[in-house]
Design a protein around this ligand. Structure first.
Ligand SMILES: Nc1ncnc2c1ncn2[C@@H]1O[C@H](COP(=O)(O)OP(=O)(O)OP(=O)(O)O)[C@@H](O)[C@H]1O
Ligand SMILES: [Mg+2]
Length: 405
């Protein structure tokens, strides 16, 4: 698998998105060789290495201890190149390391982990990274919707086999949760609060009994599927959806909750938006394309997102917040659009002049009154910064008319 270019070597088909364990396969292999300390049952990496994988090595190049075996890398062995003995681990989740440590400790204790937060705060990304690091497989996922049934969490049947042979182990189609139980791995449940209460209750019984009974096969060895050591669940829940408060006490009790907030540090957020927009551009364009969004533009973009998200500017000015969530994920999407515009329409217009239109697009999603709030932001914070002489903000102020459209 050539994960970097999203190509499945076996079938030669490009994929839009690769799972985290494929994208970061080399890092995961390296970390397994780097830290060979004791691991919880079923884990691919030590808890310390999992934290390192998620948070990155912060610019430090890690080196395998003397005399230890290098990670088995079939591609480098085939190419005759030296096995990798040094590696820098890329930063993936930007945020509090303590939070990641708590998440890892929860999983090591085989308790359920519930990640809650506003949309676009990287809950899904974090759950995928943790599952990839702990179990080497982040694809055992159930997407919670109003249409999710108990079967999606438990098991279903291959009806052709069922009709032909009756209920047998062969005809049983395990859910991703059942597959994770058998393999002692992490199962992921996205947007768990969107599931109906009875479906959430099925999860309660799975998490307390650690087994799924299959009454149709009772009396045979397939009559119950037991969780192997290492099995646990990472669920995500969106605070904007109704339902977190309505989750049953029984379900809440089976999870450790961690709240994921927006990125605290402005520079870290700019850095993340730059990195992610860079890689999104590299994926979206065949051949070389220069990244045409300079730091001044990224600075304005991220500042506007942060001001509107928090209702207060870095200078301490009050700002009326739109009802839409101004998430980092949206900021990445806008920066990527700007980069694509610069790559495909070079020289047409300066990239900065596209920012107000994109902001309006983000803000106007929920409530038409949000467009007025954005205009209010222009008439307060943007105007004051322009008056203070900041060049990029002066340009933003000149573009005010775009927002009236
Ligand atoms: N703290 C962060 N660290 C790294 N990336 C982040 C962070 N916050 C936001 N992002 C960006 O947000 C993107 C997607 O977030 P993700 O879909 O995981 O959010 P989510 O919290 O699951 O949102 P939703 O509630 O809408 O499902 C990431 O790919 C990344 O670009
Ligand atoms: Mg999500």
């Amino acid at each position: 698998m050539d994960a970097e270019h999203g190509i499945d070597a076996e079938h030669g088909v490009a994929r839009q998105i690769e799972p985290a364990e494929a994208v970061h396969a080399a890092e995961l292999r390296f970390l397994a060789a780097y830290d060979t300390g004791p691991r919880p049952p079923g884990w691919r990496l030590t808890p310390r290495a999992v934290v390192l994988f998620v948070c990155g090595s912060q610019g430090v190049v890690l080196e395998l201890p003397e005399g230890s075996a290098a990670p088995g890398d079939a591609s480098s062995a085939a190419a005759g190149s030296d096995p990798v003995r040094k590696m820098e681990i890329s930063g993936k989740f930007v945020g509090d390391r303590d939070l990641i440590e708590r998440c890892v400790v929860t999983l090591a204790g085989e308790r359920g982990l519930m990640l809650v937060g506003e949309p676009g705060t990287a809950k899904s990304m974090l759950s995928e990274l943790l599952a990839a690091a702990v179990s080497g497989d982040s694809t055992r996922v159930v997407q919670g919707t109003a249409g999710t049934t108990e079967d999606h969490l438990r098991y279903g049947w291959n009806y052709a086999l069922l009709l032909a042979k009756g209920p047998t182990g062969e005809a049983l189609v395990p859910s991703p949760v059942m597959a994770a139980m058998r393999g002692g791995a992490v199962a992921r449940i996205e947007e768990v609060t969107r599931c109906l209460p009875e479906v959430q209750d099925a999860l309660v019984s799975i998490l307390s009994d650690r087994r799924i009974a299959v009454p149709e096969l009772s009396g045979s060895s397939d009559g119950a599927v037991y969780a192997a050591p290492g099995f646990t669940v990472i669920a995500t829940a969106n605070l904007r959806d109704r339902g977190v408060s309505e989750m049953s006490a029984a379900l809440k009790r089976r999870f450790n909750f961690e709240t994921i907030g927006p990125i605290a540090d402005p520079d870290a957020e700019v850095g993340l938006v730059r990195r992610q927009a860079h890689s999104a551009l590299a994926k979206a364009v065949t051949g070389q394309a220069a990244f045409g969004v300079d730091d001044a533009v990224l600075g304005v973009l991220v500042t506007a997102f942060r001001d509107l998200r928090s209702g207060r500017s870095a200078e301490g000015w009050e700002i009326e917040r739109p009802s839409t969530v101004m998430s980092t994920a949206e900021a990445v999407a806008v920066a990527t659009s700007l980069a694509l515009a610069a790559a495909y329409f070079p020289g047409d217009r300066d990239v900065l002049s596209l920012v107000p239109g994109h902001l309006l697009g983000v803000v106007r999603k929920d409530d038409p009154a949000d467009a007025d709030r954005l205009l209010g932001y222009w008439d307060s914070a943007v105007r004051r910064r322009a008056q203070d002489g900041a060049r990029t903000w002066q340009r933003m102020w000149e573009l005010r008319d775009v927002l009236k459209g």
